[in-house]
Ligand binder design. Sequence first.
Ligand SMILES: [Zn+2]
Length: 273
Amino acid sequence: MQLTSIFTDGSVDTTTGTAAAAVHHDEFAALYRLPDNSSTLQTELLAILRALQLAVPRDMNVTIHTDSLGAIQALQTVSPKDNVNLITSVLATAKNIHDSGSHIHLKWVPSHTGIPGNEAADLAAKEALSLPQVTAPIPPSISQIKASVRRISHEQAVTCLRLWITNPTSSAHWYNTTRTNTTPFPRNIGRKTRNALHQVRIGYKCLTEIKGTLSLTCCHCNVETVSPLKHYVMDCPATSDMLARGHAAAKDAIANTSHDALARLVTHHPPPR
Ligand SMILES: [Zn+2]
């Protein structure tokens, strides 16, 4: 019987994420480009799978050489947890060949030691990196799917956060300004006072604003207002001597009044609700 040697190799460009595989035989070479960000293991397994598929119709006794211990180990795993599709495809193809009376050997060879077939497969796999399009679509591995989910949810969180921070009408903008207040927070203040202090620093909306209902009557001076918090900080006579007024915006008054004074303010004159 004719004995055939096939060398396989995979290649991943870690800078661009491009991935490829190649099969080298004395008479031919086959080059494959995998989806970007495929793993080294996937490229090696794909190369072995294609080597088997090329061998089947030729009905030969084949020795497949790989320099990937990882691929050999993956193929020996009883219940693989990942790359199941690739691994079972390799094993099923090998079984078909075996059932048809041919023999397959999978043999490990050390890489970069001058074995001509291995060097040729290595070169071919690198060359396959520049194929213009994917020629060997494979499903992503579970770890790749998990990584994508993590990456996408992170990106979305960042996008939401950025919108939230840059939106000039949001309370985030108010908070960003009041945060420039560097005076120390008063010690030993009660929870109620602390909460009220945080409330005015966040620039919360009052219930009447959220509901879009009627204006609110200030409980300190009985004036009707549609922006209760702004009135409280900027206009209310009851709070005037405790705030650094004279700024263009209410949030600037908060930013320029010491936290001690703000704590006294919210204790004596609770902010609107
Ligand atoms: Zn008032």
